[in-house]
Design a protein around this ligand. Sequence first.
Ligand code: MG
Length: 464
Amino acid sequence: MLRLFPLLLPLLLCTCGPAQENTPTAPRTGPPNVVIIYMDDMGFGDLSSYGHPNIQTPNVDRLAREGQRWTSFYTASSVCSPSRGALLTGRYPIRIGLAGPQKRVFFPDSKGGLPTEEITIAEMLQSEGYATACIGKWHLGHLPEYLPTRQGFDYYFGIPYSNDMDGIKWGLDYLLGPMDTSLWKVPLLENETEIQRPANQFTITKRYTEKAVEFITGQRDSPFFLYLPHSMVHTPLFASEAFQGKSPRGRFGDAMAEVDWSVGEITKALEELGLAENTLIIFSSDNGPWLSMREHGGSAGLLKDGKGTTWEGGMRVPGIFYQPGSVAPGTITDMGSTLDLLPTLAAWTGAQAPTDRILDGFDLSAVLRERAPSPRDHMLFYRKDELFAARRGDYKAHFITATCYRPDNMREVHATPLLYHLHHDPSEVYDKAVEHPEVLAEIQEMVDNHSRTVVRVEAEMDRR
Ligand code: MG
């Protein structure tokens, strides 16, 4: 009946209604659509709504202003592949084969991928009758058996790994040099077919956007899930001609502006189709800024360090939720995580989250609906297969630290963990370990309890 309704409506309007021009499409009721827009390497400080002084992101800012803007929102990893796997499954990378002793992400010679026995948000929603699409960077295994089409997505359009991979040579001269899309042989896939190699990165944000709008328009009459992990703003930075040289923030700002335009196009399409009020849009980033890319990398704002680290700058990212009439607007300072998306979306859509395995996510739907306190009271910070840090309430303890994504990362094991009060000291400067041994003991107990639940599995990224 629900599916017939949109077909019948124009007939009813034709027989008894006034002229049809400018009549908005009637809102579709029923299970809400879900759109997840996931940035690559965009830091906590790279949106104007999160304090950047000259990057302009009016379309994202509107979602933040009219929806919820979370300020303690975490990814489950500080690098691409494990972060994406955790988002899609609601499980820490250590449980799903995405945390090993060697490689941190998948490379073009990797043999592994997100294990197909894991249940993704796409599979969960697909089994409820949702149409599902992944448009963008996958990075959870590029061999056919691991592509999005085998992980719950009806449709895939995008690059299978990072835009700096498969290069003729890897180094700052190339990454930060003149924009030349032929330096990286990264393929562009549609479903399981390679349609362009190298992918034209100048137009990639534009083409993702066109495909996304096309998918939304085609699915207007039935519920859909769109997962849109942008390739930008991962170095090398590209933007289409209309955006080149326009931002005072340089190439990074140009790429940000184009993604912001993309968010505007998607929002506009949903509004024109009468779907805005029945669509939850979630906007976040896979990890913090890639600081070793100099001014081509983003910014973590007032947070310490960036991508690749378990400091706040590596894993605390913007988190925005928007659904007019359903998400109560406001700024949320409680903790949330991309790990929480699967259970939250199960509650939001009426789908069934998996019950046969440990989920690390919490259902945030009451926070979204009525700004209830967040059920998430802790967060664990892994680097590869080691637990480096843990947050419980206001405090975060670091057992091991290392700096950014470089070989000389100055790894340090702390006999007495470092302890920071993240509300008083979001930049992690003033160590409170000596003053609060009882807090350290509580965090240690929490970590021990967690570690007892972890069953080590083969690291997929280390399979060659
Ligand atoms: Mg990334």
